[in-house]
Design a protein. Sequence first.
Length: 349
Amino acid sequence: MLPRDRIVREIHEQGGWISFARYMELALHAPGSGYYAGGSRQFGAEGDFVTAPELGDLFGRTLARQLAQLPDLPILELGAGSGALAETLATGREYFILETSAPLRARQEARLGSKAKHLDRLPERWRGIVIANEVADAMPVHLVAWRAEGVMERGVALHDEFFQWKERPASGALQEEAIRIEVPRPYESEIGLAARAWMRTLCEHLAHGAILVIDYGFPNGEYYHPQRSTGTLMCHHRHRAHADPFARPGDEDITAHVDFSALAAAARAAGAEVLGYATQAQFLVNCGITEVLAEANVENALVYAPIAAQAQKLLSPAEMGELFKVLAVGKGITTPLLGFTRGDRSHAL
């Protein structure tokens, strides 16, 4: 069944309305038809977007310097995409992948061979490192509208079989979270209940080790800034961004920025501590990206130029350097992590 038809059927079955979180879940993750569950190529120049590992191995080689601080711990990567990061990091230590997309898992197995082992579920008690690079932004979010008449949840209905927005009064956990957020009205944004539950689960299963979340987003105070009154929801198709999630359900990426304050609070509630929070640029500089660059042959432009271009994309405030953040939480880690030696912004969470 086509993704759009599946969503239409569910709206009819649910009495004419579903939450946007459910719409996003079906569009992205429905088995066999969702964007990530289908066979389309999402990553790289021929896909819809490029992640840091897809640029080349500079990101992974720099991240490896942080992981070297914890040499005896195995690595578990969540949502490993094309396997590009794992290919760089899975050298000489145990490397596991937890991947929910069958087509992506097949791509990873073909690329990595015996370098990495796939798991079917999160280990009950994990002692090691967890890496989640651009995972949280693809988790379903609830859309909320703060109106003069109250807090509303924005959902999806049908008009002549076309998707349209329809609001209902927010209720339950969503309402409880929304009323804590102070924003000028009218105001629209997202609340990521799924991402918070995901972080709590990870931390509950973490017996000892660290979780690194790398993604684009803000702390709470910036996320719900008065000037960000239409939220952060965005779609990506063939390297073009737009704001209409009804345009191509199942055939393009739908994302929202990550509320890092909410993830940090969820981690603390599950018994973990925040080990550091910094911009991607600061984290990579702290980990020695300039030293990794220096290892390239600067006299050979054919070698150095592509690596320098990667560094520009990873570090520039106009590219990924400022918008992307790195959050580390963990249990039993007493050594200060290299990536947060300078510029730690944990106080902002």
